[in-house]
Each structure stands twice: as C-alpha cells, then as structure tokens.
Design a protein around this ligand. Structure first.
Ligand code: NAI
Length: 454
C-alpha cells in the first residue's frame, strides 16, 4: 500500500492541476490516470480540435488571399498531414504535463483506478494490482460522450460509421460527406473545420437554434455565416434512427433521411462515474454526477470532485479553477468557487466568446438590465484584417448596480478578448471605471469600449 496526503483520480486538466497545486502546497501526491495525461482536453478535445481548425483557417485564408493582394494558386489541403501535426502538438503537451508532474514530485500511476472506499489508511484506490491510499481524494475522472438509445446508433458506433470526437479527430482520410448529430459546441467546431476544407456537412439539431445557450443574436449570426459557407442545417429536427449509410430524422411530424459516409454524434457529455467503484464512497450524486459544495467537497468530508465529473460546467478552465479551490480547501486557505464569470468560447469561424448573463437569463433572475452593442466594423484593425464576415460585441449592463453582467461577442479574436470582460464582471467594476480604461489602438478589443459608449 502506497500512502499519500492527496490521491487524485484522473489526469485531465482538473486532475493534473490539482496534483500540481497540492504538491506546490507541500503535499505528497499520487495521481492515477488510465489512458493519457491531459485527459479529453489535451488528447481528444480542446487542443486537437484547435490544431485542425487552425489548418482549416489557413487553408481558407490562402484560398481567399487575392482580396488582400496575395496571389496563391492551386491551394490544396492534406488532411493526413493536418492530423499528423495535431498529433505532434498533442504529444508535446502531454509530455509537458508529464514533465510538470515529475518536476513537482507527483507520483503518476498509469493504470485504471478502482475506488475501494474509506479505510483506516484513508481513501483507497486500486490501480494496476496495487493499492494507493490518500488522506484526501480528489475525483477528476471527467466525462464521456452521451450515446442515447436511438435505434442503430450504438451499432453505428461499433462499426465505425458513427464517430465521437475521439475517432473523428484521428480520421486520416476525408469522407465524401459528413452528417453531424447535434448543433452544440463540438458539432459546430468540427462542422466548421470539415466544411472549411471542402467536405459537404449537414448538421441535425433538435432545437430551433444552434450553439445551445449562446445568446440568441450571436447564434443567429453564426447560423447565417455558416449557411453562407454551405453548411446545411436541419433545425428543430430530431434524429430517430441511424441506418447503415444514412440518418433518419423527424421534421414537423414528417420522417426524412439524409445520406452519410460518416456520422459525428455529439449530443452532449455525461459525468464519468460508472465502473470506478464510486458507490464504495457513498458520495451524494444527482443525474450521474457527483454533487459538490462551494469548496468542491462532496457529501463525504475529504472527498472532492473537480471538472466534468461534477457535471456543473464542462469546460477545462472551469476544472482548473475548481482544482485550485479544492486544493486550497485541503491546504486550509480561504477560497470558494464562483461560476458567474466563467468565459465560454466556441472556436468556430467566426469565433464566439461569451461570459455572464444574456438578456433572457438576467431577466429570469430578476435583474434590471439594458444591452448595448457595437459592430466589429468599428474596430480599425478588424476592418484592416478581416475581409469577410460580420461580427459584434453585445454588453449586458445591470442598471441598478451599474456594472457589467454579460458580454457576448462574435468575430475574429474574440476568444482572446473575452477574459477582459470576465475580469470586469468578476470584479463588478462600475461602468464609469471601465470607461476610464485605456484600450490599445488599433485592436479588436476596442469594440468593448465602443459598445460601452454606444
Ligand atoms: P452540447 O451540449 O454542446 O450540444 C449538444 C446538442 O445536441 C444540443 O444542441 C442538443 O439540443 C442536441 N441534441 C441532443 N439530442 C439530439 C438529437 N436526438 N437529435 C438532434 N440533436 C440533438 O454537447 P457537445 O457538443 O457534445 O459538447 C459536449 C461538451 O463538451 C459540452 O459541455 C461543451 O461545453 C464541451 N466542449 C467545449 C468546447 C469549448 O469550450 N470550445 C469544445 C468542445 C466541447
């Protein structure tokens, strides 16, 4: 039996950052990971998809460069090379996480962990035939794609006709066409890449809008831009069956079908809590996710849950902060988790970035708000650099507290700008103080200032 102060189950962003921070705080840490350090984010999610999207954007820029006075002829894309570069990026980052763990003295165990429960030695996890005990246990086991009981879907996954984010990011050859089930974050990012490189894409979405909870005007503009690029959207359509080379769906009571060479299923993820012995801990769970308090502690003192496994906000950067909050609680430092200023980005082309309330969510909470908006075209840099595509920044202002409560943007660079708005919301900066800030010129972030003075 190996004993540690802190035992971490799962080596994704939540797990590896928790391990690093706990080690920095002087704790003896063991981290157990069954597949690869970096988890979904580094290996089959955020990072690899960004590598693909960047190649897609470069290809598109090269094809459209004549408008900028740059003549590039016979531009082609080599998808296998794009995937090979993605693999290189992933390898570098994953080995970087390994090196960080080693540098902090974290004992990494590469094996499938199974929770045995609480004993006099602490919380015990079995992995690779060994037992590991920790005074504290941080659950960071992530999430898995939802595969609902739609007839033919599971068989499609087994035959390889239906892929999830994991398989599609490794696909080396391009399909004749791609049908995406689910117009959420994963569906839109991958539809963006494959359509940019010339694969005909159809997105089937159950709701009447894409990008789920995204602010309505932003989601409407994204839809318009995507349609211009030729992506076919079937909105308010529910997938009813998956055949051998097609997807059946229901539209306004009518049964329809679309042919497909490859299907991407991305209709959400669920906390990964099955077959890991979680029942041996007796932690309180709701809808398959581990319930946590503001210190990320579960119903069992000494057991914490960070990242997707708690089912709150399935984003890597949420997991990072939750990991720090959990470790600070273990170290006896004052800290608590706040979810009101967590930015969210969809790396489509154009990008979407938002933080805080929309008009609808603010009103539902009884806040009195007004919204102000500025077009991206008010930014000199945007006009100089972006030839095609509209964009805007919309701010939601609490008129009683006179501070910013929401920011919703669409357009190039917004992913890099959103943290500024998150900071203003987190710190509840009065509007008058924000107006006094000096923004660099010419930059696209000036659009935030333009909106404030609109
Ligand atoms: P999602 O929850 O974003 O979107 C799923 C979509 O599928 C929804 O719009 C839903 O209405 C639709 N849907 C559900 N059942 C359907 C059916 N039978 N027929 C048609 N449509 C159906 O889930 P997604 O895209 O799988 O992403 C999973 C998680 O990964 C999300 O929590 C997301 O936050 C995270 N993620 C975040 C990224 C980012 O921050 N850039 C990138 C990729 C994933």
């Amino acid at each position: 039996m190996t004993k540690s102060d802190v035992l971490v189950l799962g080596g994704g962003p939540g797990g590896y950052l928790a391990a690093e921070r706990a080690a920095q705080g002087g704790k003896k840490v063991t981290l157990i990971e069954k597949r690869a350090l970096g988890g979904t984010c580094l290996n089959e999610g955020c990072v690899p998809s960004k590598a693909l999207l960047n190649s897609g954007k470069l290809y598109e820029h090269a094809k459209d460069s004549a408008a900028f006075g740059v003549i590039a002829e016979h531009v082609t894309i080599d998808h296998a090379k794009v995937v090979a570069r993605k693999d290189k990026v992933v390898k570098t980052l994953v080995s970087g996480v390994g090196a960080t763990m080693a540098a902090h003295g974290v004992h990494v165990v590469m094996a499938d962990g199974f929770i045995k429960g609480q004993t006099t030695d602490g919380f015990v996890v079995e992995a690779g035939g060994e037992e590991y005990a920790g005074d504290k246990l941080i659950l960071a086991c992530g999430s898995v794609p939802v595969v609902p009981p739609i007839p033919g879907l599971r068989e499609g996954v087994e035959s390889g006709f239906v892929m999830t984010n994991r398989e599609i990011l490794d696909m080396k050859t391009l399909p004749k066409n791609l049908v995406v089930i689910g117009g959420g974050v994963i569906g839109l990012e991958l539809a963006s890449y494959f359509s940019m490189i010339g694969v005909p894409v159809t997105v089937i979405e159950m709701l009447d809008k894409i990008a789920g909870p995204t602010e309505r005007e932003v989601s409407a503009l994204l839809l318009k831009e995507y349609k211009k690029r030729g992506i076919d959207f079937k909105l308010s359509c529910k997938v009813t069956e998956v055949g051998k080379d097609c997807v059946m769906y229901e539209e306004a009571g009518e049964n329809k079908k679309v042919e497909a060479e490859v299907v991407l299923c991305c209709i959400g993820r669920r906390a990964f809590t099955q077959n890991i012995g979680i029942e041996n801990l007796n932690v309180y769970m709701e809808r398959g996710a581990v319930v946590t308090d503001e210190h990320m502690q579960t119903s069992v003192a000494g057991v914490y849950a960070v990242g997707d496994v708690n089912g709150k906000i399935m984003l890597a950067h949420t997991a990072y902060r939750e990991a720090e909050v959990a470790v600070n609680h273990i170290l006896g430092k004052k800290d608590f988790m706040r979810y009101n200023a967590i930015p969210s980005v969809i790396y489509t082309n154009p990008e979407i970035a938002s933080v805080g309330e929309t008009e609808e969510s603010a009103k539902a909470k009884g806040l009195e708000v007004r919204s102000v908006k500025a077009s991206m075209k008010m930014s000199g840099r945007y006009l100089a650099e972006v030839e095609k595509g509209d964009g805007f920044c919309k701010l939601i202002i609490d008129t009683q507290k006179n501070c910013l409560v929401g920011c919703h943007m669409i357009g190039s660079y917004t992913s890099e700008m959103i943290y500024g708005a998150a900071l203003m919301i987190e710190k509840q900066m009065p509007i008058e103080q924000i107006k006094e800030l000096v923004f660099p010129h010419p930059t696209v972030c000036e659009v935030i200032r333009e909106a404030l003075f609109a």
